[in-house]
Design a protein around this ligand. Structure first.
Ligand SMILES: [Zn+2]
Length: 300
């Protein structure tokens, strides 16, 4: 009996330690090599993040993306240090994404950050990347959604270095102190400042989209990535506040981005929105010019 109890306890603690037994290398170290996270993370063919080479993207034109409730003020927002990132949950309403190339409605499950960015554009890395993780509403929960190709949509927002503080990011990092310590891992705290997510969003007119994976174990290849082409500002001071959070061994987490993955035979589509609007504008400008020239000729 005692043996069985010990065995069960040992097995459980093994399972627990395995669950947290993944992490990021300190890229500042000389001997950096990216750890193996197992299974799909090591042998998948549609993995994320990737470098986006804008010269090799394919042009796409989709209906506009529709964001429902992203302008709602969030009063009950919660924040947690899960040992790998800072994550936001507890949304007042369902934040719904539809349109674009999506065939179903997707609802936001959680929002988190990577410092420095996971995706690079033309080999340039950004100081911060926000991931808005959505679940396809035809699946009842995230774990089931991750088993299907159309299960998850992640919107990636890149932040560029700027001397100007990002007001919306300040609302988040202003509360980081209470979750920084490793002893507070998985402890949810309230984000004191009311905010709407559109405050963190750039224009959604232009974006890159491709089929990829979660960038953390189990690296499920269930993700339609939508990476906004427009970036938003953040200061290094603000990013450094994220870098102070501690992970499981009590060390700070100076970075939490996964190594770039091979593109393999995937296409990256560059979607340019509002082309018809731009064309209309160009057309009407040309018409105005013709009218002006004609009237001038008439006057002469
Ligand atoms: Zn992420």
């Amino acid at each position: 009996m005692h043996f069985i109890t010990s065995f069960v306890l040992a097995f459980c603690s093994l399972a627990l330690s395995r669950a947290d037994d993944w992490g990021y290398p300190d890229w500042d170290s000389d001997t950096v090599s990216f750890p193996k996270w197992g299974e799909l993370c090591d042998n998948g063919q549609r993995q994320s993040p990737i470098n986006i080479d804008s010269k090799k993207t394919l042009k796409g034109f989709f209906d506009p993306l529709v964001f429902e409730n992203f302008d709602d003020l969030q009063n009950e927002l919660q924040m947690v240090n899960n040992g790998h990132t800072v994550q936001l949950t507890g949304f007042d309403d369902d934040l719904v994404l539809r349109g674009g190339g999506l065939l179903n409605d997707y609802v936001v499950e959680q929002i988190h950050f990577h410092w420095w960015s996971e995706h690079t554009i033309n080999n340039i890395r950004y100081p911060l990347e926000m991931h808005i993780v959505h679940r396809n509403t035809i699946y009842p929960n995230t774990s089931m959604a991750t088993q299907f190709k159309d299960g998850i949509v992640v919107i990636g927002v890149l932040f560029h270095a700027s001397p100007i503080r990002n007001g919306a990011i300040d609302k988040i990092v202003g509360n980081l102190d209470s979750i920084t310590s490793a002893s507070n891992i998985n402890k949810f705290v309230s984000v004191g400042n009311v905010m709407a997510f559109e405050e963190l969003m750039p224009s959604a007119d232009n974006y890159f989209t491709y089929a990829g994976s979660l960038t953390t174990p189990n690296c499920a290849e269930a993700v339609t990535w939508i990476l906004m082409a427009e970036t938003v500002p953040v200061t290094f001071d603000q990013v450094n506040m994220f870098r102070q959070i501690e992970h499981h061994n009590g060390k700070t987490l100076p970075n939490n981005y996964r190594a770039l993955q091979e593109l393999n035979d995937r296409a990256v589509v560059f979607v340019e929105g509002d082309i018809s609007g731009a064309a209309r504008l160009t057309g009407s400008l040309a018409l105005t010019l013709i009218v002006l020239l004609a009237s001038q000729k008439f006057l002469l």
